[in-house]
Design a protein around this ligand. Structure first.
Ligand code: MG
Length: 378
């Protein structure tokens, strides 16, 4: 059997590094053919040397110019270089683990080629959901743990029999907090996620619960389920990764360890399953699994995302872009934690949504929202 040829966009981030671990564990099944990163050139080159990769790209052009590939050749730089790498057709599967809506063009380029898209870059689906799903929903394999769970629950099922999606949320580091508690939150506190080890942007999104909001929109697009039929439930143990309810009242849940290498590997192996060294869940010692409703007063981002999803058009792209700017400002110590939902809400209020059926309209709305959020922060 020939090996699965994989290109990894965002190989130096948390998902990218874990994807390389999966590839390393299954050299008989996976061949890495291309790697792209944004700014971490040294780690990218280390990975390239280790896996013998010639096809490389760096999103940051200045960084790209300052380095050379292991064979001495220049490294293509810029977002368009990543897009070219995604669309060149050397891979059977492109793992898009870039951060932010900046990953949308790479997702589109992947689907324009024959490759399958393993999607860890949820922002590209939130911003450009209509574009990506119209290009080839059957070639998108979710890597987000919740969506991988739902995807696996749906194998062998008829989509028309799905009545509800239960999206589980850990609740993040501030579960149970009141709004006043969140006022003085530091970057360190917000980055201390109780269950998952992830990159800084998604960890802040988990602390505000915007991550779950983005995942609601992601689930809507991936599984063609209406917003009234998606429920978020807080499940602090993060053992149940999500659930699907069917017309007859049956509910299928996907359970497992909180280890992103499992959904990453499933995106590579599906519909097959490969061995992993991750310890399985031991139900003899796990104790209780708890479920509780989310608190929309403390975590306003959740309702904002539902509202953006229901409005549709360019509104989800605007929600996402405003959030990216607000989160970056918080991480840089330039604004307070509670400013994040306030900025997102304000930018959404003044946005006149347009159709989101072309990359141009999505990028125009995205750029407008970034400017609007930045001026509110000043
Ligand atoms: Mg997730």
């Amino acid at each position: 059997m020939s090996r699965l040829r994989v290109a990894i966009l965002g190989s130096t981030g948390s998902i990218g590094r874990q994807a390389l671990e999966v590839a390393d564990r299954h050299p008989d099944k996976v061949e890495i053919v291309a790697l792209a990163a944004n700014t971490q050139a040294e780690l990218l080159l280390e990975q390239a040397a280790r896996f013998g990769i010639k096809r490389l790209a760096l999103g940051d052009e200045t960084t790209a110019r300052a380095f050379a590939a292991p064979d001495g050749s220049p490294i293509p730089g810029g977002r368009s270089a990543i897009e070219t790498l995604a669309g060149e057709g050397s891979a059977d599967l492109v793992l898009n683990a870039l951060v932010g809506a900046a990953g949308l063009r790479a997702s589109i380029a992947t689907l324009r080629s024959d490759a399958r898209l393993a999607l860890a870059n949820k922002e590209s689906l939130v911003a450009g959901g209509e574009i990506l799903t119209s290009m080839g929903l059957d070639r998108i394999i979710p890597v987000d743990s919740e969506h991988s769970a739902i995807y696996q629950c749906l194998i062998g099922e008829r989509p028309a029999t799905v009545s509800r999606i239960w999206l589980t949320a850990s609740g993040g580091p501030f579960r149970g907090a009141d709004p006043a508690r969140l006022k003085g939150v530091t970057v360190g506190e917000a980055l201390a996620h109780p269950r998952w080890t992830m990159g800084p942007k998604i960890t802040i999104d988990s602390a505000t619960m915007m991550n779950k909001g983005l995942e609601v929109i992601e689930a809507h697009h991936l599984f063609d389920v209406g917003y009234d039929d998606i429920d978020v439930v807080v499940h602090p143990q993060s053992c149940v990764h999500s659930m699907v309810e069917f017309a007859d009242g049956s509910v299928k849940a996907h359970l497992g360890a909180t280890d992103m290498r499992i959904p990453i590997q499933f995106a590579f192996s599906c519909p097959d399953r490969w061995n992993t060294p991750t310890p399985a869940v031991n139900f003899l010692t796990i104790g209780s699994l708890d479920f509780e409703p989310p608190d929309p007063t403390t975590f306003r981002c959740l309702d904002l995302a539902f509202a953006a999803g229901r409005t549709g058009g360019t509104m989800p792209a605007v929600l996402n872009a405003a959030n990216e700017i607000a989160v970056a400002a918080f991480l840089a110590g330039q604004t307070e934690f509670n400013t994040i939902p306030a900025i997102v809400e304000r930018v959404m209020e003044v946005h006149l949504p347009d159709r989101a059926d072309s990359i141009e309209t999505v990028e125009t709305a995205d750029a407008w929202a970034r400017q609007e959020a930045a001026s509110l922060l000043r």
